[in-house]
Ligand binder design. Structure first.
Ligand SMILES: Cc1cc2nc3c(=O)[nH]c(=O)nc-3n(C[C@H](O)[C@H](O)[C@H](O)COP(=O)(O)OP(=O)(O)OC[C@H]3O[C@@H](n4cnc5c(N)ncnc54)[C@H](O)[C@@H]3O)c2cc1C
Length: 398
């Protein structure tokens, strides 16, 4: 395996690194993007950051140039994630628009839809959410029940979504609806682009154990959606779902790798300066074993991601192996966050709500938030099913 980069890739890295050095705001903190719902001030900060990234020419790094992106290759895309994490740059607020909705529009959208939305996704003028999951349809997305009735020029949408990240701030939503009750369940779904300001939409934030309202319930009561906002063909939404989920996995795979490395480095620093009963925590044999394991874990996800990348570079479509890094990352991050709280001893139980300071709740926040890792983006059980059936060739479970 060859882990070296070409001179062009190194130039790309250097240009980006120079740009980040000059532009990452001094008050930036990586956790600022993990809880964008924190305050109006944070929201304004994140919007301004995305604008700056866009003006610098780095938003939509892997989007084709004709749609306003950088046209970066897969390896350059990986370098982008690596440098963003290393520079402690905040993530981009419009992450769902940039990583999932925009790329899906590029594949399935009409020229009109592309023209109207893509530039605004890049600039952050349109924040997007993704309305897939419902109270009784998460892992089994095919069973979704939010109904859209064809009324000629428009659909009338009634139903409920849940877990909708960013909905509170979103201008638009990529919404899955059922358009055909008679077709088999995966064949009667359509995808709509819905203006969140449409009459009949109510967003109710859900408060999680971190104290944040990261996601929301979204209620649709006879919401009119123009036909021009249908993405792809009617009843053919399952194709759109597959495209969106593929972009989600592809876009976030490397982000996890490098974010994990950053957590590992932060924890190592914490261990180096922490004392317990007058002795350095770093001399505790159990802690030493666990931090060594955390290092191995980081390497493990990185190498598995490299393997997935190599597959793509050889021209293969993303395969079910993509579930390996997602599954590993959920376990690995939860283990690392457990360790961080253990290192803090009794102080680990205090959560002062200032997540940007190690003494105020950085690790406590991370510990609580990490519980979501084995649910979001497909649960760990579902990833194991995919691996069992599609990689190991085992029969379908009962
Ligand atoms: C932080 C966060 C952000 C999210 N953001 C969004 C968003 O923006 N938009 C959106 O649409 N959704 C979002 N989700 C929802 C997420 O995609 C779903 O929670 C996830 O797909 C699981 O669905 P569910 O919650 O309905 O659980 P269920 O599917 O009801 O599963 C419940 C339990 O049963 C297990 N299970 C289910 N089926 C099987 C099976 N066949 N075999 C074995 N075990 C099984 C699951 O693993 C789980 O443990 C978000 C979730 C989180 C945690």
């Amino acid at each position: 395996m060859d882990f070296s980069f070409t001179p062009e890739q190194e130039t790309f890295r250097q240009e980006l690194r120079t740009w980040l050095k000059a532009n990452v705001p001094p008050e930036a903190h990586p956790l600022r993007h993990l809880q964008p719902q924190a305050s109006t001030e944070d929201l304004a900060f994140l919007k301004a950051w995305q604008k700056k990234v866009h003006e610098g020419g780095w938003a939509g790094v892997s989007w084709p140039r004709e749609y306003g992106g950088c046209g970066a290759s897969l390896v350059e895309r990986m370098i982008f994630d690596q440098e963003m994490a290393a520079s402690q740059a905040p993530g981009l607020l419009n992450v769902l628009g940039l990583e999932i909705v925009g790329p899906t529009l590029i594949v399935h959208g009409t020229e009109e839809q592309k023209k109207s939305h893509l530039p605004n996704i890049l600039s952050g003028d349109e924040i997007w959410s993704q309305g897939f999951s419902e109270p009784n349809s998460g892992s089994d997305l095919g069973s979704l029940r939010t109904r859209a009735i064809d009324q000629g020029d428009y659909f009338v949408v009634t139903g409920q979504k849940v877990w909708t990240s960013l909905a509170r701030y979103a201008d638009w939503c990529q919404l899955l609806v059922r358009t055909n009750l008679d077709a088999p369940k995966h064949q009667g779904i359509s995808c709509l682009l819905v203006d969140m300001k449409s009459p009949g939409i109510t967003v109710k934030p859900l408060r999680t154990m971190t104290g944040d309202s990261e996601f929301n319930e979204v209620f649709f009561e006879e919401v009119k959606v123009p036909k021009a906002n249908l993405l792809g063909e009617v009843d053919q939404g399952w194709r759109i779902i597959i495209t969106s989920l593929m972009f989600e996995r592809q876009g976030l795979g490397f982000y996890f790798t490098f974010a994990q490395k950053r957590y590992y480095e932060d924890l190592l620093a914490e261990i180096r300066h922490s004392q317990r009963y007058g002795e350095s925590v770093a001399t505790d044999p159990q802690i030493r074993q666990k931090i060594a394991q955390a290092y191995i874990d980081c390497e493990l996800i990185k190498l598995n991601n490299y393997r997935a990348l190599t597959r793509l570079l050889r021209g293969n479509p993303p395969g079910p192996e993509g579930s390996i890094p997602k599954l590993q990352w959920a376990d690995i991050n939860q283990r690392l966050q457990d360790l961080a709280v253990e290192v803090q001893g009794a102080y680990g139980q205090l959560f002062q709500g200032e997540v940007r300071a190690p003494e105020g709740g950085y690790w406590q926040y991370g510990f609580l938030r990490s519980r979501a890792n084995s649910i979001e983006g497909g649960t760990s059980e579902i990833q194991r099913n995919i691996l069992a059936e599609r990689v190991l060739g085992l029969p379908k479970g009962r």
